[in-house]
Design a protein around this ligand. Structure first.
Ligand code: TRH
Length: 357
C-alpha cells in the first residue's frame, strides 16, 4: 500500500523519532511504499542519518510544503494517510484528497500510553465533516492496543560494532565499570543524583547525550565552572548521534535514563533497568501516565521491588533504592521477553497494516 505520513515537530525529537521508526518498519519489514512530509527536515535527517542507505533510499522524505504539489489529474491519493500525534493535514493536501476518485483512510496516530482508557478509543472512527474515513490508533502495551514499534529488531544490538561517532569515547570508558546513559529533560535533579551515586563508593561511567552536560552545569549554578564530582564518577559527553546509534548505546549501558516516548520504549527493549523522565505536562497528566505504566510494568513484582522502582522513577536518590538493582535487572529481562512475546505479531506497524487491510 501507499502511505503518506505527516510529521509536525512540536519540540524535541520524539515526533520525528516515532515517524521515522514507523516509516522504516513499514518499508523494510513490510514492503510498503512510504512518503514522510515533515516540517523540520534537518531534525528528521539527523535521526535517520546512520541508517542503512538501502533502507533510507526506499523512504521518500519530503518537506511539509511538498504535499501541496499534487498536480496530477485525477489526483492520486495514497491508501493511507497518517496524522502523527493528531497534526492537522495541510489544507491544500486535504483539498486534493477531496477530489481524488479513490479516498484514502486517515489514521490519527496517538501518543503511547499505558492507561486503560485508550482501549475504548483505539481503532474507533472519528467522523469528519469532509467525509473521508478517519480512525484513532493508540499505541500501547496491552494485547488489544496498537502495540509498540519494535523495529529495528533489538536482537543482536549488543554484538554490533561500536558506531563511528562513539568510537573514541568508548575506548576511554573504564573496563568493568557500570555504565549509565543520560537523556532527560531540564528540571531533573541530575546533579544531586550523581553526587548521591558517588557517595555510594563505586565507579560509574556516565554517558551524557547531547546537551546534558550543559544542563548539568546550569543546574550547578556555575555554568562556566567545571563540575566537581568525585573521581569514581566520570562524565562522557557524546554528540547527538543517529537513532540507530542511540539504540546501540542503550543496549550497551547497564542503566539508562530516558525520556519522552521513543527512547522510553527503546530502554525497555534494551532489557535493562531505566528511569523514565516522562515529558512534563502542565495539567500533570504525566503523573497519571507514569502511574499507569508502573502498574503494568510492576504488576508481578515483589513489594520491595515495587517500592524501589517507583522511588527511582520519581527521582529518589540512588542510595534509597540501590538494594533493588539486582532484582530490577532480572525483572527488566523478563519484561523485555514478555514485551517481545506480546509484539510477536510484528507490533505497531503490523497491527496498523492489519487494521487498514
Ligand atoms: O525528544 P523527546 O523528548 O520527545 C518528546 C516525546 O516524544 C513526547 O512524547 C512529546 O510529547 C515531546 O517530545 C514533544 O524524547 P523521545 O520520544 O525519546 O525522542 C527522542 C528521539 O531522539 C528518539 O527517537 C531517539 C532519538 N535520539 C537520537 O537519535 N540520537 C540521540 O543522540 C538522542 C539523545 C536521541
Amino acid at each position: 500500500m501507499r502511505w503518506d505520513i505527516f510529521c509536525q515537530i512540536v519540540d524535541n525529537y520524539g515526533d520525528a523519532g516515532v515517524c521515522w521508526r514507523l516509516a522504516r518498519s513499514l518499508t523494510s519489514l513490510h514492503g510498503q511504499d512510504v512518503r514522510i512530509f515533515c516540517d523540520d527536515l534537518p531534525t528528521l535527517n539527523l535521526l535517520a542519518s546512520g541508517v542503512d542507505p538501502e533502507i533510507k533510499s526506499r523512504i521518500d522524505i519530503q518537506p511539509w510544503e511538498a504535499s501541496h504539489n499534487n498536480s496530477r489529474h485525477p489526483v492520486e491519493a495514497p491508501d493511507v494517510v497518517i496524522e502523527a500525534f493528531g497534526c492537522d493535514l495541510p489544507e491544500r493536501y486535504l483539498a486534493g484528497l477531496l477530489i481524488a476518485p479513490k479516498k484514502p483512510l486517515i489514521i490519527n496516530l496517538e501518543y503511547l500510553s499505558a492507561e486503560s482508557w485508550i482501549l475504548d478509543f483505539h481503532q474507533k472512527a472519528s467522523p469528519q465533516a469532509h467525509g473521508i474515513p478517519k480512525y484513532f490508533f493508540f499505541p500501547g502495551f496491552q494485547a488489544h492496543a496498537g502495540g509498540i514499534l519494535i523495529d529495528p529488531i533489538p536482537k543482536g544490538l549488543t554484538e554490533q560494532p561500536i558506531p563511528n561517532p562513539l568510537e573514541a569515547i568508548w575506548k576511554r570508558l573504564r573496563p568493568d565499570t557500570k555504565r549509565i546513559s543520560v537523556f532527560c529533560y531540564p528540571g531533573a535533579p541530575l546533579l544531586k543524583w550523581l553526587e548521591d551515586l558517588a557517595a555510594m563508593g563505586k565507579d560509574y561511567d556516565i554517558v551524557l547525550t547531547h546537551g546534558q552536560l550543559e544542563q548539568l552545569q546550569l543546574s550547578s549554578g556555575h555554568p562556566t565552572k567545571a563540575l566537581t564530582l568525585p573521581d569514581s564518577i566520570q562524565l562522557f559527553p557524546i554528540p547527538f548521534v543517529s537513532q540507530d546509534e542511540y539504540d546501540w548505546l542503550l543496549a550497551q549501558c547497564d542503566f539508562n535514563i530516558v525520556r519522552g516516548e521513543d527512547s522510553f520504549v527503546r530502554a525497555q527493549l534494551a532489557g535493562k533497568p531505566f528511569i523514565w523522565h516522562i515529558y512534563p505536562q502542565v495539567d500533570r497528566a504525566h503523573e497519571i501516565k507514569l502511574a499507569a505504566f508502573l502498574d503494568l510494568y510492576l504488576a508481578d513484582a515483589s513489594q520491595e521491588l515495587k517500592h524501589g522502582v517507583m522511588a527511582a522513577m520519581n527521582w529518589a536518590m540512588p542510595s534509597m533504592w540501590h538494594q533493588s538493582i539486582d532484582a530490577w535487572g532480572t525483572h527488566s529481562k523478563a519484561w523485555h521477553a514478555d514485551l517481545l512475546e506480546k509484539q510477536a505479531d510484528g507490533g505497531l506497524a503490523s497491527r496498523l497494516i492489519g487494521f487498514v487491510a
